[in-house]
Design a protein around this ligand. Structure first.
Ligand code: KG4
Ligand code: ZN
Length: 373
């Protein structure tokens, strides 16, 4: 039974390297208003290592999570009495990071006597747009492109999700991050590649778009990343790749669930600014083509009511302009709600609450490879 009662939710997110809390309030049938959206990013801490280090991430979440929650309540001018439920990301993500958020939410739910909702982070990326003016209509197609996931899914009104295609290896954001590392552009790589590409020639280098058959809606980015690597080796006559196990923890952190069977990038190539720009532009063109091609195929094949693009890579301006050209009604989640945040967890939790999808505090467990809602 779906209820449309007004509701205010405190949401918590800690699946990777952002500790976030938000207060959202229902508005209309599916929508929500953001009363606060506090994000404490660990980017600077992990940038030194060129990627997220899981143990460091979990420790940092513990340090800041309660003050982030307090700030979210303060900024929302909300007392505990006004909070109707607590929501938290239960997976997928880094297990140590998830456990900090889940245990915090479980404890607060018991201490404050509030119902608890465990939320799937990937589902939530697709629901962030319900917090904006431009809301999707069910059933909608979502392209979720983040540092850990790349998926094309159909979302239905009963909150079920049908995965139409996903990455067979690296996530799109992970490919941006790895190529940026090869180019010495630092972490996170996506924004840096987008910036460098602005003055680059996207036709200078021919990088491959994986061909997985006309029926397939899956993605593969590891061949593209390897092609960039080979090009760099050819240009410089050197090798920046090692397969040492010690380096692995840095590079695989963001993709706890991805198959990470590739060589590990341990250092960068020395290149002039224009070559970095041309490689960035040519790589970005191939990555964006792969995303746009499958999204268009799914759009035509399944004829959904709306298309939503969310996750960190949705901030990429080339992806935005190419998709809007072929699907002008495409809804891009605004940048602040694209990268990890707790408001999107609240957006999905509002809809789960209306359907009574609560979990007992003692039964809510973090699940690093969660596949269900
Ligand atoms: O959604 P998100 O914050 O984290 C995960 O849930 O994984 O996404 C972060 C990812 C990183 O890989 C980052 O490089 C990428 O999103 N990203 C971008 C851009 N901004 C962030 N990729 C391409 N272009 C951008 N402008
Ligand atoms: Zn995410």
């Amino acid at each position: 039974m779906v209820q449309y009662l007004p509701m205010r939710i405190l949401a918590i997110e800690s699946s990777c390297d952002e500790t976030a809390a938000s207060v959202v309030q229902s508005s209309g049938r599916y929508g929500g208003d953001i009363l606060s959206n506090v994000i404490s990013s660990q980017i600077e801490i992990h940038a030194v290592y060129g990627g997220v280090v899981p143990e460091v991430a979990a420790r940092s979440h513990i340090e800041v999570i309660l003050s982030v929650v307090e700030r979210a309540l303060e900024e929302a001018k909300s007392s505990w009495a006004q909070i109707d439920a607590i929501a938290v990301t239960k997976g997928p993500g880094l297990i140590g990071s998830l456990m900090v958020g889940v245990l915090t939410a479980r404890t607060l739910a018991v201490a404050k006597n509030k119902p608890l909702i465990g939320v799937n982070h990937i589902f939530a990326h697709g629901f962030a747009s319900f917090l904006t003016e431009n809301k999707p209509e069910f059933p909608f197609l979502a392209l979720t492109v983040s540092g850990g996931h790349t998926a094309l899914s159909m979302y239905h009104e009963d909150l079920s999700r049908e995965v139409l295609g996903e990455t067979l290896d690296d996530a799109a954001g992970e490919a941006f991050d790895k190529v940026a590392k090869l180019l010495g552009l630092g972490y996170p790589g996506g924004p840096a590649i987008g910036q460098a590409a602005l003055i680059g020639d996207d036709k200078k280098y021919k990088f491959p778009v994986a061909k997985l058959g006309s029926e397939s809606l899956d993605f593969s980015f590891s061949g593209l990343k390897t092609a960039v690597l080979r090009q760099l080796q050819e240009l410089t006559g050197t090798d920046a790749v090692a397969s040492s196990r010690t380096a692995q923890k840095v590079n695989t952190a963001k993709s706890a669930n991805a198959n990470n069977n590739n060589a590990v990038i341990t250092k960068s190539y020395q290149l002039d600014k224009q070559t970095v720009a041309d490689i960035s532009a040519s790589f970005q063109a191939a990555a964006v083509t792969a995303l746009v091609k499958n999204t268009q195929k799914a759009w035509l094949r399944y004829q959904p009511k709306s298309l939503v693009i969310g996750g960190g890579v949705a901030c990429n301006s080339e992806l935005r302009s190419q998709l809007l050209e072929i699907i002008p009604t495409a809804i891009f989640v605004p940048p602040i709600l694209c990268t990890d945040n707790a408001a999107m967890i609240g957006a999905l939790a509002l809809q789960m609450a209306r359907r009574g999808f609560y979990t007992k505090p003692s039964q809510l467990l973090a699940d690093s490879s969660l596949e269900t809602i």
